[in-house]
Design a binder for this molecule. Structure first.
Ligand SMILES: Cc1cc2nc3c(=O)[nH]c(=O)nc-3n(C[C@H](O)[C@H](O)[C@H](O)COP(=O)(O)OP(=O)(O)OC[C@H]3O[C@@H](n4cnc5c(N)ncnc54)[C@H](O)[C@@H]3O)c2cc1C
Length: 317
């Protein structure tokens, strides 16, 4: 015997009613909703940042902000190694949502505020803001953190520090792929890891050859392969490479000061399970120009300042 549907269901084909579901968590103040964070900020000496944190919590909790996080992870970065005429460009294209997240983070000082405005509790206030923005989208935090963390490492080389620090700490996001000499604001990445093992960086095989004089602050050319270079669209990278005196740290710009492309060639982007909005690359250094940062043969000691600061942010994220 044929079973007959009630007429309404037959024609409207309604299959289920949505019930017992929460409303989307949006349009709320991330900071005011987080008592533990508020107490931590007060306890650790950053209550002076209260109104700024409330304003940032409001911004981060907006529906439009949260949507940026979803979009940046859905429309993932794409590598273009060459232009249509065959020139090497090593360009990574990002969705506008990613650029907006970067803009917000940098304009609010997540990449630099304790350096540009040092005071008691400055790191606490920045960490609280970073924590709020991480809830919107975590992976853009990678270039933000590395840029932030580059400052303590660069302090080991005063000449480079004076040239680069104002551009690193500027509250402006400039994603253009042009020489740093033409920009007022830059981002910084790091390249340590090689295929043979990320933890054991002392086994790095990348070599640095002096152009003229050897030692701190001097120009070298680097030849080697880096297995995990995140945020490869940064304007410069702190890179570990071997010299005659051992593993040393170098600041390697994306473009040479004469305006030619520095041969930092992106081979491919990693297929990652998470951290999807952020690009991570396998990179070949084919005689890339760089300046030694800090003492020769003490590269781990120099870059550890950057790594330690980065790990601290990763723990927040
Ligand atoms: C999302 C993401 C982004 C990254 N971005 C960058 C970047 O921008 N720049 C960069 O240079 N690197 C980057 N890395 C690489 C990262 O630094 C390495 O993954 C990390 O250092 C670990 O190295 P590995 O993956 O080769 O693991 P390995 O060093 O091979 O370690 C494998 C396992 O062995 C364990 N192990 C290693 N040594 C010891 C030991 N002595 N004693 C006990 N256990 C040990 C480890 O804990 C781990 O479980 C990134 C990685 C990820 C996942």
């Amino acid at each position: 015997m044929t079973e007959h549907y009630p007429q309404a269901e037959q024609f409207m084909a309604s299959t289920h009613e949505v019930e017992n579901q929460p409303k989307p968590l949006e349009n709320y103040n991330l900071y005011l909703a987080d008592k533990a964070l508020q107490q931590a900020v007060e306890r650790e000496g950053a209550s002076w940042a209260y109104s700024d944190l409330i304003a940032f919590g409001e911004l981060a909790g907006k529906k439009e902000s949260i949507e940026l996080g979803f979009q940046a992870n859905k429309y993932q970065p794409e590598l273009r190694t060459h232009d249509r005429y065959g020139h090497r460009i090593d360009q990574v294209d990002f969705h506008p949502s990613y650029h907006q997240l970067m803009t917000t983070a940098i304009e609010h000082g997540l990449h630099a505020s304790p350096w540009s405005d040092p005071k008691s509790g400055a790191h606490v206030a920045r960490a609280a803001k970073y924590y709020l923005h991480t809830q919107v989208e975590a992976s853009h935090g990678c270039p933000i953190t590395m840029t932030f963390a580059a400052i303590p490492a660069l302090r080991h080389q005063p000449g480079l520090f004076e040239e680069w620090a104002p551009k690193i700490t500027a509250r402006q996001y400039d994603p253009r792929n042009i020489p740093h000499t033409e920009k007022n604001a830059v981002t910084i990445g790091m390249a340590m890891t090689e295929k043979q093992g990320g933890s054991d960086v002392r086994r790095n095989t990348t070599r640095a050859y002096p152009l003229t004089t050897e030692g701190s602050g001097q120009a070298y050319e680097l030849v080697g392969h880096k297995w995990f270079v995140s945020a490869p669209m940064c304007d410069a990278f702190l890179v570990l490479a071997q010299t005659r005196s051992g593993l040393s740290c170098f600041l390697v710009p994306r473009w040479r000061p004469d305006g030619s492309k520095n041969p930092i060639q992106l081979q491919q982007l990693k297929q990652k399970m998470g951290n999807a909005a952020n690009a991570s690359s396998e990179t070949e250094l084919r005689g890339a120009l760089g300046w030694m940062v800090g003492e020769e043969g003490r590269g781990v000691r120099t870059i550890i300042e950057m790594v330690a600061t980065t790990r601290y942010d990763c723990m927040i994220g």
